[in-house]
Write a protein that binds this ligand. Structure first.
Ligand code: KE4
Length: 429
């Protein structure tokens, strides 16, 4: 397997793009080596510019939930594109998208489209501050809500991968309004709230975390946060950019049975096109301009090509919710296979999984928050990543990322992944 073309492209890319990539996690910086440049993808397979084929466990970090180049989505985009790609004026497509989402998820009366998960989370925080008149937010160490200043305090994903303690450019003033504590530590939240009475606008959380690897909420944790928010007049924001339309048709709200006050979406909602959204109960969302004075805007928000792509995919998930069940069953099959192979290898490990989100941590203790994820043997993960990659299995290039399964994966792909795991562990241990 040669990756010579990727090597040449990466050298060239670095002459005109910071770090040669348009998003840091793609740079293989933590796992080392040269990022692969992808030429095309179909179903569950990625093809790099040297025509090597990989089984894809990133799925574009979540969006490609039914596989790459999914025919109904491609067809819808092709048909819409001939009518131009953007108008900067309202369309019926945006209404259909909003109505479809409202029919699929709980607690959303009004929803605003944006162009990324970052924009969705940034806007939701502004709504919470505008609605409550309070300044501070609580986020959890290792959770990632995009790259808006308020969130780059002890964030997950690439910020954790690159061990960036404080992000230059985020001012002390902004950081002072972001309070943080460990995921699953309800007592720490209660302490922060008691120390900042009437000052906290929102608690924002990944209801199932995916940016420290996959980390599940402890029993009662999300429910406990809901109770605190009810008692203290704090808005509870579910960042469902990853979990939305993946854990269930109604996302984590449905799966966990806990209501959020505001919810953000991204990834799957756009079927690979740039789409994010934030929404919630009418009395909260009414503060959003032009109804209210919480200003939020975007040239390409609700873009017709992005809308028809997302609408087509969401419609299929809405009409065939068993598809999510199928992906979950494939994830459980993979989990059980990995469990057997890792147990036989003798190396300490933890597998965290819920729905079609899964991650392996080479750890001799449970991984329940950022500190325990960071304390795992992540150097070994980096070796595992490369051993799998050269065997044609493309995992997220960081121990601080969830794997994402897609429904184009076949039994053969899963068994090939397990065989590659067995061989990789034999090589690196
Ligand atoms: P985007 O702005 O990247 O569309 O969404 C930000 C975001 C918000 N909330 C959650 C829970 C997220 O996982 C993300 C983005 N996820 C990362 C992967 N862990 C995106 C990959 C990247 O940064 O390139």
């Amino acid at each position: 397997m040669t990756t010579q073309t990727s090597k040449l492209l990466f050298q060239r890319a670095q002459q005109s793009i910071p770090g040669g990539v348009n998003s840091p996690v793609r740079a293989f910086k933590s796992v080392g080596g040269t990022p692969l440049f992808i030429k095309k993808a179909e179903g569950t397979y990625l093809y790099d510019t040297d025509d090597n084929r990989y089984i894809d466990y990133i799925a574009s970090w979540g969006p490609m939930i039914l596989g790459h180049a999914y025919a109904p989505v491609i067809k819808a985009i092709q048909e819409q594109a001939v009518y131009s790609t953007s108008y900067g004026a309202p369309t019926e497509l945006e209404i259909r998208m909003a109505e479809l989402i409202k029919s699929m998820v709980p607690n959303v009366d009004l929803i605003r489209m944006v162009s990324s998960g970052t924009e969705a989370c940034m806007s939701a925080i502004r709504v919470a501050r505008g609605y409550t008149g309070r300044n501070k937010i609580i986020k959890f160490e290792g959770c990632y809500h995009g790259h808006a200043d308020s969130f780059l305090v002890k964030a997950g994903s690439g910020v954790a991968t690159f061990n960036i303690q404080t992000v230059p450019g985020v001012t002390a003033g902004v950081a002072a309004d972001t309070l943080t504590c460990a995921y699953n530590d309800l007592a720490a939240v209660e302490k922060l709230v008691s120390e900042h009475k009437q000052q906290i606008a929102a608690i924002i959380i990944e209801p199932v975390a995916g940016n420290m690897g996959c980390i599940l909420p402890a029993p009662g944790f999300i429910e406990g946060l809901r109770k605190i928010c009810n008692e203290e007049g704090i808005l509870f924001i579910f960042d469902e950019v990853m979990t939305g339309f993946r854990l269930a048709k109604g996302g984590a709200q449905e799966r966990l049975g806990v209501d959020a006050d505001l919810v953000t979406y991204g990834k799957v909602i756009g079927a690979g096109m740039p789409v994010g959204a934030f929404g919630g109960k009418k009395h909260i969302m009414e503060v959003v301009s032009p109804l209210g004075n919480v200003y939020q805007a975007g040239t390409l928000s609700g873009n017709p090509i992005a809308m028809i792509a997302g609408y087509t995919l969401l419609s299929i998930l809405n009409e065939q919710p068993q598809l999510l069940q199928e992906i979950e069953e494939k994830t459980i099959y993979l989990r059980d296979g990995l469990d057997k192979i890792l147990a036989a290898s003798g190396t300490p490990y933890v597998i965290n999984q819920l729905g079609s989100m899964i991650s392996i941590h080479f750890s001799d203790h449970p991984v329940t928050d950022f500190a325990s994820a960071a304390a795992a043997n992540n150097q070994l993960f980096n070796k595992f990543f490369h051993a799998m990659l050269k065997r044609g299995v493309y995992l997220p290039p960081s121990a601080f990322e969830s794997w994402f399964l897609n429904n184009a994966l076949t039994q053969q792909d899963l068994d090939a992944t397990l065989q590659a795991t067995k061989e990789s562990l034999a090589e690196i241990l």
